[in-house]
Design a protein around this ligand. Sequence first.
Ligand code: KG4
Ligand code: ZN
Length: 352
Amino acid sequence: MSYEQRARAQALRLRESGHATLLAIESSCDETAAAIVRDGRTVVSSVIASQIPLHALYGGVVPEIASRKHVESIDPVVDECLKKAGMRLEDVDAVAVTYGPGLVGALLIGVSAAKALAYAADKPLVAVNHIEGHVSANYIAHPELTPPFVCLVASGGHSHIVRVEDYGVYTLLGQTMDDAAGEAFDKAARVLGLPYPGGPLLDKLSREGNPHALALPHVQTPGRYDYSFSGLKTALINAVHKLRQNGQDVPAADIAASFQHAAVELLSDKAVLAARESGCKVMALAGGVASNSGLRNAMNDKCQRAGLRLMMPPPILCTDNAAMIGAAGFYRLMRGETAGLDLNACPSLRLV
Ligand code: KG4
Ligand code: ZN
């Protein structure tokens, strides 16, 4: 029997038992991460090695540097993760890995490592979509959560509103027409002189400012649930340049607060509208921007008023991590889905 045949047979047995402990690996961008996750819901251990200080020097992620750092970090991160869990590789039931979307060179490191580990331990390999991972962080944070629900996924590269019909089954309700939400936060932060990634720093700074100091445009999009952030970003850049040209002070906290307020209103209004009109009673948040304090507060208020139950992972599960990949991988495995050793990185993989 070949490795693939043995893996498929093992996956079927795991599916029948309804239980599996996964070693999950994530390396799609600038975090090298590994986690051990039991039954898609319980994190036994999680290790995240961030490369942010390395890329901050250049104002953004440098793909070649990211790949090299992943190569250095992947083995120690996996070792530490197993050690923290008090487990050996043989003790896990399957290996899950992010295979897209993301930076091709960065994804390849995780995919190659996962293939080698799965083959060495003779365990099934599970291929996971990074965006599905973000959505699945909610299964860890809210063990009672089951589909259907509507999820706003707002990360550095993606802004989607999806209806989660079942585990692994999604309907796209809306998406960004241009910049992703996180990208817009990072660009706005950059104009204010904040280092990469500026999103969390802009969030912090905005707490000291007046959200109504700067009038930013109300963005229109053709689709009811679609987003556009580039107009907002351009308006902010123009306002800052104008102040500088006139020799006036740039009130950074006020500008940060005004941008955050406008972006949060846009994100939260459309997400809540989509959830209400989809007939779902549960709304979830996912992705790095879901850790934004303004967005969390606005969603709390708006969901309460709309009679929606709000689920949101803690910030550490919103930004990139491998625990979410273990949760998504579990449900893929329970559907009998395994990957072969020919698994490749898919940089532009879509969720739907
Ligand atoms: O999901 P994520 O960790 O990586 C991707 O898959 O892209 O998202 C990273 C993005 C970055 O753009 C970062 O600035 C943004 O999420 N972000 C935030 C906050 N924390 C992370 N944006 C606004 N406020 C935050 N608190
Ligand atoms: Zn991500």
